[in-house]
Design a protein around this ligand. Structure first.
Ligand code: ADP
Ligand code: ASP
Ligand code: MG
Length: 403
């Protein structure tokens, strides 16, 4: 068997954990498997690198950020190879250049384009454990890029896909995927399995346990994932195509996204094409928009409100203000003290009343809803940040998800 095993920052945070991971990988290797290990930077090292960069320059060039980020993952993989050598096992660490893993050129948010498997295959054939840096890639200028925060999951799934791995295991600091972040909702329950689509929505809507693009890739290439703890032997959660049992699940989880901000474009011309021009301007600059609300037109103008990720707020406001004449609006307002709360579940499709139940629950908690968005399998509301935890716990328990 060929197994890809990915370990997040907490799982390799110190010497003991590095040896713990090394031993876990060696166990599979000694059972006769080919083992490819993907690692994140140790502990909160990536955050520390950001702090160091911002201390020098509050607005550092993105290319240089990626250059800096790569040392985090490089430290983990080399130390892991040393730990394995210390335990008497042949291992080799590889960074994105050595693999090589090619990406698009967007620094800080690159997408994997092509992974060469020859070097990895050669090392595996030579009976080595191959340890690869997560999160990083190389673009057409031969510069380092990164895949976005939490991107090591995506590296692991992409490697599993191109190597046709028999298993892809994502090891983290919780026992699997829960009905809500167990650190925020004490009654959250671990799921035995979850469908790609539900996991994709949960991840995209704030459940940081998996990078959402890793789930997208897993679905596209049919890579079955297991999310489990590196700190114990519990079974974890399987992420896969829809099975019979899963179809009965009305709601699979609740997700909170604290990174959403609201922008309102006030007094935009109420004519065909104004929404297109507005969102085209943002899309051209790679800014993702989520919930959108347009008011009814009045006196030839209307208001359009939408949410953007917090780290795009300044850029989005600037872009729109630069196009003020062309877009023909009066002014822009924005609000950062809001969060997105979502319930996700494929059973919703055939069960009316899920939205009403969520709104009733928020009403009972006296929480005001700013915006609403729905799809076949999710309902999202924008609510004040101060109510986030209370709302999340109430909604989670109202849908009977509590243990
Ligand atoms: P890693 O460093 O291993 O990649 P992350 O911090 O990226 O770990 O992801 C694990 C964290 O995801 C958990 O500690 C947990 O707080 C958070 N999380 C958010 N939503 C969920 C969920 N639905 N199920 C499990 N964990 C979740
Ligand atoms: N080290 C990177 C981060 O902290 C990538 C990852 O952990 O997946 O975002
Ligand atoms: Mg992660």
């Amino acid at each position: 068997m060929l197994i890809v095993k990915k370990f997040g920052g907490t799982s390799v945070a110190d010497k003991d954990r590095i040896f713990n991971v090394a031993k876990r990988c060696i166990r599979d290797y000694e059972a006769g498997n080919d083992v490819v290990v993907v690692l994140s930077a140790m502990g909160k090292y990536t955050d520390e690198l950001i702090a160091k960069a911002k201390d020098i320059n509050p607005n550092p060039p993105k290319r240089e950020m990626d250059m800096l980020f790569t040392i985090g993952e490089q430290m983990s993989v080399s130390l892991m190879a040393m730990a394995m050598a210390q335990l008497g096992v042949r291992a080799v660490s590889l960074n994105a250049f050595q693999v090589p893993m090619r990406t698009t050129s967007a620094y800080g948010n690159a997408r994997l384009k092509k992974i060469d498997t020859e070097r990895i295959r050669r090392e595996l054939d030579d009976r080595k454990i191959v340890i690869v840096t997560g999160f990083q890639g190389v673009n057409k200028y031969d510069d380092y890029t990164t895949l976005g925060r939490g991107g090591s999951d995506t590296t692991a799934v992409a490697l599993a896909a191109v190597l046709h791995a028999d298993a892809c295991e994502i090891y983290t600091d919780v026992d699997g995927v829960y009905t809500a972040d167990p650190r925020l909702v004490p009654t959250a329950r671990k799921l035995e399995s979850i469908s790609y689509d539900e996991m994709l929505d949960l991840a995209a809507l704030g459940a940081g346990v998996l990078h959402s693009r890793s789930v997208e890739l897993a679905k596209k290439y049919g890579v079955q994932l297991v999310v489990r703890s590196s700190l114990n032997e519990s079974e974890g959660t399987i992420v896969k195509g829809v099975g019979k049992k899963m179809e009965r699940m009305l709601i699979s989880g609740v997700a909170l996204d604290r990174e959403a901000d609201r922008i309102s474009v006030i007094g935009i011309a109420d004519v065909p094409g104004s929404a297109f021009k507005l969102f085209h301007t943002l899309a051209k600059n790679n800014i993702n928009v989520d919930i959108i609300i347009q008011s009814v037109g009045r006196d030839g103008t209307k208001d359009i409100s939408f949410t953007v990720p917090h780290n795009n707020l300044d850029e989005a406001v600037e872009l729109l203000n630069n196009c003020k004449d062309q877009l023909g609006f009066d002014h822009i307002e924005y609000n950062c003290d809001v969060v997105k709360l979502s319930v996700v579940g494929s059973g919703m499709m055939s069960h009316p009343g899920v939205a009403a139940k969520m709104f009733e629950c928020l009403y009972n908690e006296n929480i005001n809803i700013n915006m609403i968005a729905t799809s076949e399998i999710r309902i999202t509301v924008l609510i004040p940040e101060k109510d986030a935890l209370r709302a999340m716990n109430a909604v989670h328990d109202a849908f009977g998800l509590a243990e």
